[in-house]
Design a protein around this ligand. Sequence first.
Ligand SMILES: Cc1cc2nc3c(=O)[nH]c(=O)nc-3n(C[C@H](O)[C@H](O)[C@H](O)COP(=O)(O)OP(=O)(O)OC[C@H]3O[C@@H](n4cnc5c(N)ncnc54)[C@H](O)[C@@H]3O)c2cc1C
Ligand SMILES: Cc1cc2nc3c(=O)[nH]c(=O)nc-3n(C[C@H](O)[C@H](O)[C@H](O)COP(=O)(O)O)c2cc1C
Ligand code: SF4
Length: 851
Amino acid sequence: METNETPLSASAKTGVSRRGFLGGMAATALGAATLASLSGCGQQAPASSAKGEEETTALASGNASFKEGTYTSTQHTPYATAEVTCTFDGTGLGSASYTVTATSEKDYFPLYAPALEELCETVAAAGKTAGVDAVSGATFCSNAILDGVDACTLQALEVTAPRPEQLNPQQAGWDTFEGTCDKVFSPIKLGAMELPNRVVKSAGSGVWADANKDKLPVAKELYGAMAENGVALNLLAGGNLSGFGILPDSLDKTDGTLDEALTRAAELTDAIHAGGGKVGFQMCFGGLAPSVPDEVINETPVKDLDAFIDRVGTSAERAKTAGFDCIEIKGASADALNGFLTRRVNKREDEYGPQSIENRTRLFVRMIQKIKEVNGDDFPVGALINGVEENDSELGDNELFMTKEEGIEIAKAMEAAGADWIQVRVGAKSGEMNIWAPDVQHIAPNADGLTGYGTVFDYTAHFDGAVDGSRSGFASFLPLVAAIKEQVSVPVGCAACLDLRLGPDYINDAIAQGSIDLVFMNRPLNCDPELVSKIQEGRRQDVRPCMKCMHCHDNIGSNKTVPSSCRMNASSFNSLTDTMPEGMVPTPAEKAREIMVVGAGPAGMEAARVAAERGHSVTLYDSEMSLGGLIPFAKGVKGGHERFDDYLTYMAAQLEKNGVNVQLGTTVDAALVKEQAPDAVVVATGGVRESRFSGSNVLAPRDAFSPAATGDKVAVLGSGVQAIDFAAFLVSQGKQVVILNEGDAATLDKGQSGWFKSYMLPYLRSNGTQIHSNVQIASVDGSGVAFKTAAGLDKTIACDTVVEFYDMQPNTALADELQKVGVEVYTVGDAAEPHNIQRAVTTGNLCARAL
Ligand SMILES: Cc1cc2nc3c(=O)[nH]c(=O)nc-3n(C[C@H](O)[C@H](O)[C@H](O)COP(=O)(O)OP(=O)(O)OC[C@H]3O[C@@H](n4cnc5c(N)ncnc54)[C@H](O)[C@@H]3O)c2cc1C
Ligand SMILES: Cc1cc2nc3c(=O)[nH]c(=O)nc-3n(C[C@H](O)[C@H](O)[C@H](O)COP(=O)(O)O)c2cc1C
Ligand code: SF4
C-alpha cells in the first residue's frame, strides 16, 4: 500500500501542463468553472450550454461556495484502487491525500509508486486544482487520483444536478460485493415448481437451437455445467426446434425428424437435471420482425388461430414428454406474439385486435390456458413480455408505443390467465435491439445513453421513465420490473446487464426491497458457466467477466445460427466440436514442457493461462511494465463500459493462480530464447502499425492520447475498430474529426461487433464526423491531408493534427527468426492476424490446448 499525505503548499514545479478537467465531450462548463475558481487564476470559463451558463459565471467570478468538510472518493485502475480524501475550506481545496492499494500482486507497482509521490505536489503547483496531467510513469494511478480529486470537488460544490451536457448522470459505487447475496440464494416458487435460488438462464438461441444438428454435446456440456454450478432454471430457446412444429411458419414441419428431435431434447433435459437444475422450453414465434411480416398477425384468420392453439397444446405435451419442467412463452421483442400485444403492429378488427388489452392478450391468454389444460394446472408457464415500448428510429412521442401502464395491464392479464412468472423486457420496433440497449447505449466514451441515431438518449423522457441509464446499463430495466411487480403477485424479473458478478449487492438489495424476484442472465453465464457458484462461495474475483461486447450475437441474422465464440471464453460455443474436441476443460498435457510466451496482451495471457493449467511450465514476457498489451490503452480510449479493468484483474489473478512466471519489462529476442532454451515459444507480440508520414502535426496513436496533444480538428487515417474508437474518443473531447478510410465503407469499424458498430457509426456522424471511404491518401503537410476521393477528385482536408491509425499488420519477425533456427514456434493473436480481442483470446486458447 502506498500512502501520500501532502498539504497543498508545495512549491511550483515546472513542466506541468493542464489536462482536461472532467474531460471529454461532457467537459462541462461546471468542470471548467471549477478549475478556474479553484485555481484562483481568474481563468475564464469556456462557452457553455445555456443551463450551465449562470452557474459557470458565478463560479468563474470566484463566488463559488465550497461546503467545508472532508470528502472521499474511490477510483479503480487495472492494478490498484485509489482512495482519495480532500479537505475543503470555504474558498477551495485545502489538502488532498491518497492511499493506493495494489489489486494485482505483480511487482511492477513499486516501479511507478515513486512517480506517484510527485502527485500532490503537482496538484499544488497547478494552483490548488487537479487540472494537471497525469504523472508520467504512473498514468493510471495518477489519473485515478486526479479523478478522485475531481469527484471530491464536486461533492464540496454540492453539485448534485446533472451536468448540462450529461443527460444521464452516472452513479458510482453500485458494483460492490460485501454481502452474502442471501436473497439471491433464497428459494422461490414458480407455481408448483420450487427453485433453490433466484438465478434463471434467459433463453439464448445458439447451441441449443442447433442441438437439432451437431451441437447437442456442446449444449449438454455447457448447460449441464451451469446446472451443476447453481443455475436454478435454464430456459432453452425453442425457435429453431422446428420438430416441435409450433411456429407459425413451420406448422407443417412435423415430419420424420420429430422423434429424433424429441430424443435429443430428452437427452439435453436429462443432462440439466443431472446437474441439479430445472429446464424450461421457450415457445417463441418467428424471431426477428423481418421473418414475421405483419400480415401473419393481421391477416391470420381466427380459424387458423384455433388450429394454432391446438398446435401449442401438442407442442406443450411434447415438451413435457421430453423432460421440460416448464414453458416460457415469448411475447416480447419483435416476435409475432408481441405483434398481437402492441398497437404498433396489431391492426386486426376482430376480437384479437388492438381495441382493448383483453383483445390484445387474447391469444397469449389462450396459449397459457391451453398449456395448463394439456400439461396440468401445476405445470408452470411463464410469460415473457415487453413492459414498455419505444423505438429509436421514431424518437419522441408516438401514440402507438406501448406505455408502461399498458405493460402493467398486460402483465396482470398474464397472471389472471395462470402465468407463474413474468419476465420483462423493453420493446422496440427495430428487432431485438433493446435487449442489449443497456450495452449499445453506453459504448461511446462520456456519452451514456446513445440512440441508434447517435444522439444522446434522455432516459427520463423516454420509455415512460421506466428505464434507468445511470449505471452504465447495469440493472436498467429494474424500475420497470418494480412497477409491474407492484401490481402482480407472481414472481417478476428481467435480464439485460443484470449481471450478478457486476453488482451482486445491488441485485440482492433489489430483491430484499421487493423490486424484483428473479435474476435472469444469459451472456454472463455463457461467459462463465460457474458464475453462480463462484458468487455463492464469495469468489467474485474468479468469475470470468462478460464484457458486454456482443460478439456472441454476431452471426445471428446472417446465415449462421450459431453465435461466434465468446470474446472471453473461447470454449463456450465451441467445445466438443472439431475445434475443441476435448470439451470445455483443457486436458492435462501428456508431458510437462517449458513454454515461453512472448507478449502479455489478450492472446499471450490466454495462451499462458491455458498452457499452465494443462501443467506446462510457463513464462510470460512483455517488454511493457504492465499486463494487457493494447488493452490498457484501449480502455483509456473507450471508457469504462466494457469493464477492461475487471478483465485485467481477472487475468492477473488467473496467471498467478496457475503459476505462470510473469516477466514484465523484458523484451524477448532470439538470443534470450536461445539462452532460455524452452521446448516451445508462443509469439503473441501483437500487430505492427506503419507510419507513412512525418511532421510535427503527425502523431502515432499513443502520442495522441492526451487531449492537449491534438488540435481542434483532427484527421484520423484508418478505419478499423481501433481507429473508430479513437475517433469517438476525440469526439468526446469536443474535437472535430475527419476519418479517411482507404478501404470501402464495409471496412469501417472492422473487428467490432455488429450491434456496437450499428450505434458507433451513427454516433460519430451525428457529432459531425466526416467519413470518407475508398480514398487514396496522397500527402500530409502542416495544413492538412491531401487525398484522392473515390470519384477520382483531388481533395485537401485542413486539420491541426493527423493521427495514423491504419489497421495493424501481422508481426512475424520474431517467429520467422526462431523458426529459421529450428525452434518450435507458434504465432497467435494480432501478431498472426490483427483483428480483435475475441480472435486474440481464441487463438491463444486453441494454441495452448495444442501444446
Ligand atoms: C484504441 C483501441 C481500441 C480498441 N478497441 C477494440 C474493441 O472495441 N474490440 C476489440 O476486440 N479490440 C479492440 N482493440 C484491439 C485489441 O486491443 C487488440 O486486437 C488486442 O489487444 C490484440 O491482442 P494481442 O495479445 O494479439 O496483442 P497486443 O494486445 O498488441 O499485445 C502484444 C504485447 O506483446 C508485447 N511485445 C511485443 N513484442 C515483444 C517482445 N519482443 N518481447 C516482449 N513483449 C513483446 C507488447 O508490449 C504487447 O504488450 C482496440 C485497440 C485499441 C488500441
Ligand atoms: C446469442 C444470443 C441469442 C439469444 N436468443 C434469444 C432467444 O432465442 N430468445 C430470447 O427470448 N432471448 C434471446 N436472447 C436474449 C437473452 O435472453 C437476454 O435477454 C439478453 O442476452 C440480455 O441478457 P444478458 O445481459 O444477461 O445477456 C439471446 C441473446 C443472445 C446473446
Ligand atoms: S461475447 Fe462478449 S457479450 Fe457475449 S458473453 Fe462473451 S464477453 Fe459477454
